[in-house]
Write a protein that binds this ligand. Sequence first.
Ligand code: SF4
Ligand code: SF4
Length: 344
Amino acid sequence: MSERIALHEGAMEVSDAAGMTDASGVSHQVRFDEDLCTGCGLCEAFCPMEVIAMEEGAPRAVHAEACWGCETCSGQCPVHAIRIEATAQAAQETDEQPAPPLAEEVREQYREWARVLREVLGLRWHPVAVSLIREGEPLPDVPLPEERLRYCQALMAARRGRALMMPANRHACPDGTSILGLSPIPKKLASGELYILFHKLDSVEAARRMVAERPSLPPRSVRATVTCPLDDPRCEAEVVAVIGTPEQMMWLSMATSYYTGHRHDFHASGYNAQCVETTLIPLTSGEINISFGCYGCRASSDVDDSLMMMGIPVTLMDEVVRGLRELGRRAIPQSRDKVYLPPF
Ligand code: SF4
Ligand code: SF4
């Protein structure tokens, strides 16, 4: 494995809210509707950043500066009494020189890959080029979102044609952001406490195991994530993410095996779909990986129930595209024509 994609090993760096505050990004105000609020305390319990505390039976944003705008509190409030307002935004995070533009021949190659994937598979939307800009590397010239977004939301925006670069202060999901090496992991996530609250795992032990078994990059080893439509790339991609139907995933899987006959060992769990299963596993293993999606990406993006995801390391793209072209000559059209369907 190259130094560039060294995984995080050893004890996790866990941070409290104050340790994850970055004043240079989008800031938020947490508004509570006192007429609606019942004082149940769920917002305090679910906030991963420990922004909210109950005081005399009412919620207060006691660490508003640490709010990431993740909307977990508003999503869990049973009476919809919380509104998160983005209140300020920084200009571009630095005035440093951007990285040189992507070489034209690389752009052309990515566009050709995108064309074949879309035409042969019949993809409705764009495949997504994913890059992680490491510490010490120059940032490419890609727009920042006006508000914090989850990584999965940025990936889905790229799928719909919007290129985005997100340093830590534009990421809204503390879990994905720590997995991708932009920040330490918040205490409540590292302990597994939040997974139990969400009823996503049975016990703290199970939650800790799930967290320990997933790959992650060392905290603060990554400056920014860049997600672009593959046919409008801004920097060299490391992984190509494809969102499509199970049938389209099947053909991609076969395209990857076309020249070798290799059967894949996929790692799919339903936890951390975009950051772990679609991005980090392909990036660190050099193999394609499949994902059924996860609670977070399905709850916070437009990805519908019929879709799943695949991450393809860019090093395999040439082979995958060539294999797909071959499958497109006969196997794909015949299968779609249901040539063996009995006439009854
Ligand atoms: S979750 Fe909603 S109802 Fe419960 S304390 Fe928080 S704001 Fe009030
Ligand atoms: S938006 Fe997220 S970080 Fe902000 S208060 Fe709500 S749960 Fe906490």
